[in-house]
Design a binder for this molecule. Structure first.
Ligand SMILES: [Fe+2]
Length: 183
């Protein structure tokens, strides 16, 4: 797992970006294209007890996954450690709840969200969305009966993820996860 971009200066990233970094639009095109690959999607094992996944080769060195979601499965609130990304529904449907606010990334444990920052969208059959490096969301399969399958891509490969608990408008940083914990 690479940590190279996490510690780069912004000026260094800017000089590298034109050749090496896949944009949000490129990641979105990749996840949409991959979600339309019926043979690949059908190859994902599904488990009624939990999420399943296959690691994919993302464009431009990005990290990509095909993920299966049994009915009721969800992620909880999290960010992507400063990576941007995209995801698309390949089968079934997913609901995304997100925050239309840029949170400070460091130096807080509890934060009260302003009213009106919540957004919700539904992704089905090939729908996709891209997101920026400060995106905070949770994703879940609300279907009581059907699996969902989705494709995700992140650049740079996730350096870490922050997990949050939420009660009303209060968001609490609960855990920081590192790639070595994901196996
Ligand atoms: Fe996410």
């Amino acid at each position: 797992m690479s940590f190279r971009v996490r510690t780069s200066t912004s000026s260094c990233q800017a000089s590298l970006a034109p050749q090496s970094a896949p944009s949000e639009a490129e990641l979105l095109a990749f996840v949409r294209r991959t979600a339309a690959d019926a043979e690949l999607v059908a190859a994902l094992p599904l488990d009624p007890e939990g999420r399943t996944w296959i690691r994919l080769e993302g464009p431009g060195g990005s990290e990509a996954w095909l993920i299966g979601w049994p009915p009721g499965a969800g992620t909880g609130w999290h960010d992507h450690g400063g990576s941007h990304g995209a995801f698309a529904a390949a089968a079934g449907g997913l609901t995304e709840q997100s925050l239309a606010a840029q949170l400070p990334t460091e130096g807080w444990k509890v934060l009260e969200l302003a009213d009106g920052v919540d957004r919700e969208r539904r992704l089905t059959g090939g729908d996709g969305r891209a997101f920026g490096p400060h995106h905070v969301h949770q994703v879940f399969n609300t279907s009581p009966t059907e699996h969902a399958v989705s494709v995700h891509a992140y650049y740079p490969p996730l350096p870490m993820m922050r997990r949050y608990g939420r009660t009303g408008q209060v968001l609490r940083l609960e855990q920081v996860e590192w790639p070595e914990e994901w196996g």
